[in-house]
Design a protein around this ligand. Structure first.
Ligand SMILES: CC(C)(COP(=O)(O)OP(=O)(O)OC[C@H]1O[C@@H](n2cnc3c(N)ncnc32)[C@H](O)[C@@H]1OP(=O)(O)O)[C@@H](O)C(=O)NCCC(=O)NCCS
Length: 197
């Protein structure tokens, strides 16, 4: 069982990480992270199996390669829908004890890189109005709040902020993206296998 109060792990290096398409055996680990990340409102196992077969869906697992015995392999995951020229981010989460180590940022960067290489121009998402940690991550990558979906979350009737980037293929966005990517590369000593693929 994961406890958010477990101590933060040491910074992982890119050589210890891999991003790959989510597969059925990952779902058990995904569900562990889901339940501690999204409370009662989390997705079911069935939702993930369906999403892995959704032709517009792209779901990725971030794994620790050669994880020491007793240490989890699956550290996080993300997913998005490719709808015409838009990437709609449906999920992103990191195992609590590994948060604050740039892994959430790595997953978001991966989605954006993957989207740019598919000539997608816009990234959008919904986020809980109270989820400031996630909102900070999105603001860092140029998302802006474009409106509110009132009482979007059924568990507590919380509003969702609708967040959208500017054109991610534009020169100004790419310049900003490259700066952030370089800083992340420095922090992780490179980018992991599978990044952007
Ligand atoms: C949101 C989430 C994915 C971030 O992952 P993470 O690995 O902890 O975050 P990172 O270390 O990559 O941080 C990247 C940026 O996010 C923001 N951020 C992350 N944690 C933060 C915190 N505790 N306080 C303030 N900002 C925070 C910052 O902008 C940070 O950039 P910085 O390092 O330059 O300050 C993670 O907190 C999570 O899994 N939360 C639960 C699931 C969730 O809410 N998902 C989003 C649904 S919309």
């Amino acid at each position: 069982m994961i406890s958010p109060s477990q101590s933060k792990q040491a910074q992982l290096q890119s050589s210890q990480l891999e991003i790959r398409r989510m597969r059925a055996p990952d779902v058990a680990g995904v569900m562990e992270i889901e339940s501690v990340s999204f409370g009662r409102h989390h997705w079911s196992e069935e939702s993930f199996y369906n999403e892995m077969n959704n032709h517009v869906g792209r779901y990725y697992s971030l794994v620790q390669t050669g994880a020491p015995t007793g240490s989890p392999e699956l550290l996080g995951y993300c997913g998005f829908w490719m709808i015409l020229d838009e990437a709609h981010i449906t999920t992103i989460a990191v195992r609590p004890e590994f948060r604050g180590n740039a892994l959430g940022e790595l997953l978001l960067l991966h989605i954006l890189e993957r989207s740019m290489s598919s000539s997608i121009h816009w990234a959008t998402l919904e986020v809980r109005a109270s989820n400031y940690n996630a909102q900070n991550l999105y603001y860092k990558y140029g998302f802006n709040s474009m409106g509110v979906r009132p009482r979007y979350y059924q568990d507590n009737q919380e509003d969702a902020l609708i967040m959208t980037t500017s054109d991610i293929c534009s020169a100004p966005y790419r310049a900003r993206f490259q700066q952030l990517k370089s800083a992340l590369q420095q922090r992780l000593s490179g980018l992991p296998k599978g990044y952007g693929v």
